[in-house]
Design a protein around this ligand. Structure first.
Ligand SMILES: [Mg+2]
Length: 156
């Protein structure tokens, strides 16, 4: 996979715009939103490989709640948390909930790019394992995998 898509969720508009522009310049499909609600609405419509999620967001939903919901919607999407020094504990909680990693704000763009690359690699390896398991299952029980795929397609 050399194509990948990223969703950045941060209410600091300057930061958000800078990151989105820099990633787009590298031909990476990048979308930026300023709230958890907007991010979740987008995730209902399409898949992202990596989400970068600011833990402190305005509005009704905090970062941890958003993370939980994201992992429920798209379990294979890797989430990187952005956190202030005061909320490192929240990040640890987030890691337990399946976040890939966290970065302390202010974030250096280069560090974020490296972390996004690592998250993407992990997702790729994970998906390869799933594909391999499906192939093995197919070779052992040819009927079962097809049935599963039919069931998956039936889902709304
Ligand atoms: Mg914030």
């Amino acid at each position: 996979m050399d194509y990948f898509s990223i969703l950045i969720v941060d209410d600091e508009v300057d930061f958000l715009e800078t990151i989105v522009k820099r990633l787009q310049k590298r031909n990476i499909d990048t979308t930026g939103v300023t709230s958890a609600e907007k991010a979740l609405a987008l995730m209902d419509q399409r898949l992202f490989d990596v989400v970068v999620l600011d833990i402190k967001l305005p509005g009704g939903m905090d970062g941890i709640e958003a993370l939980r919901e994201m992992k429920r919607k798209a379990p294979l999407t890797e989430v990187i948390l952005l956190t202030g020094h005061a909320s490192v504990e929240t990040s640890i909680e987030g890691m337990k909930l399946g976040a890939f990693d966290y970065l302390l704000k202010p974030v250096k763009l280069e560090d974020l790019l490296v972390k996004i690359g690592e998250a993407f690699e992990k997702k790729d390896v994970h998906e390869q394992k799933i594909r391999k398991a499906k192939i093995q299952e197919l070779m052992r029980f040819p009927g079962r995998v097809f049935q599963q795929e039919k069931d998956e397609k039936k889902k709304p």
